[in-house]
Ligand binder design. Structure first.
Ligand SMILES: [Ca+2]
Ligand SMILES: [Ca+2]
Ligand SMILES: [Ca+2]
Ligand SMILES: [Ca+2]
Length: 342
């Protein structure tokens, strides 16, 4: 039977088409992380030989004796494929919509045994699923941003930018609204000298228009509840789209204004209390919501920026752009979202 489209047969022998971009055809055949071509990520093979303490520190969401892995297929994995994994005591923790991949917690034997995961129909690779880490994001004062503001009149107004990071503090003065005026739609602002003012109504021009948590709840929340599980995401969001409220530069007194102060923000909390599955889940949520109208303003997602990356190890195994993480970010680009990773 000839099939023109990319894909393969699932565990029950049914044809399933690939959902991946054709920029990575048969990537597993020449992946730089599987130099010995045994369908096992060489980093994973190295980790499986390390002391248990190191393994448990790396695979924080796995019990001792199990690893966190991506299982990659030549087709989009089906319910039958998931059942076949479960029969090997492999627990599937996430099924990617835009990758031919699931993430899972797998006993070492199921990874190593030639009768294990790699023997299942259509499995082309077992990848290590490690930690993510924030990368330092240098604020460049001379990006030429003020020329764009002054000469072109562009300050981000009308665009929506997703921050895939540790979360964003929605209560920060530089991120809590669009105009740094807490009374934007209040005709009669409270007297600042009144010791017992009436409860102040919420401002009506929030900057953050959506908030998805891929780490702790795997759910969308009220954007007013957006918070930062660390500090990195708020820092990045300030550089991207801060309005300038809050601290000023102690030496010059100038406000810290981001590159696109007029832009709305979508915050995706995806790091770093779990593993890289959360970042990829957050990226999938961005693709799924790229055309949505946000109730508080803005439309869809025009740009996604992330300063998160795969954590590297003592053995540096180069990422040639074919890891599950890289392929997922390519799918964000394919979805029409301008994507910056730095
Ligand atoms: Ca290998
Ligand atoms: Ca403000
Ligand atoms: Ca305001
Ligand atoms: Ca998650």
């Amino acid at each position: 039977m000839a099939h023109q489209e990319a894909g393969g047969f699932d565990a029950e022998g049914n044809w399933s088409a690939s959902v991946e971009s054709d920029v990575h055809p048969n990537w597993w055949l020449y992946w730089s992380r599987d130099k010995d071509a045994n369908k096992l990520d060489d980093r994973l093979e190295w980790l499986l030989e390390q002391p248990a303490e190191l393994q448990q520190d790396w695979w924080r969401r796995a019990p001792p004796g199990s690893a966190r892995v991506f299982v990659d297929y030549d087709h989009h994995p089906t319910d039958a494929d998931v059942s076949a994994l479960e029969a090997l005591d492999v627990e599937v923790t996430f099924r990617f919509t835009y990758l031919d991949t699931v993430s899972a917690t797998a006993p070492f034997e199921a990874v190593l045994d030639s009768e294990g995961i790699r023997s299942l129909p259509g499995v082309v690779m077992v990848e290590d699923l490690g930690l993510a880490e924030p990368n330092m994001h240098e604020a460049v004062p001379n990006m030429g941003v003020d020329d764009v503001w002054n000469d072109l009149g562009l300050d981000g107004t009308g665009s929506t930018i997703a921050i895939l990071d540790t979360g964003v503090r929605g209560d920060h003065e530089g991120l809590n609204d669009m105009d740094d005026d807490p009374f934007t739609c209040i005709d009669d602002p409270p007297d600042p000298l009144d010791p017992n003012p009436d409860p102040i109504p919420a401002d009506c021009d929030p900057k953050i228009v959506a908030f998805f948590d891929a780490v702790f709840t795997d759910e969308e929340h009220d954007p007013a509840e957006s918070y930062d599980s660390g500090t990195h995401g708020s820092h990045v969001a300030g550089i991207v789209a801060g309005t300038g409220g809050g601290q000023t530069d102690p030496s010059t007194g100038l406000r810290y204004i981001g590159a696109a102060p007029g832009a709305f923000l979508v915050t995706i909390l995806s790091c770093c209390d779990g593993d890289i599955e959360d970042i990829m889940q957050g990226a999938q949520w961005a693709i799924d919501n790229k055309d949505r109208d946000w109730m508080d303003g803005g439309h869809g997602i025009d740009i996604l920026t992330s300063s998160l990356g795969e954590q590297q190890f003592e053995t540096h195994v180069d990422n040639d752009g074919n890891s599950a993480w890289s392929r997922q970010m390519d799918m964000v680009v394919e979805a029409g979202i301008i994507t910056t990773l730095s």
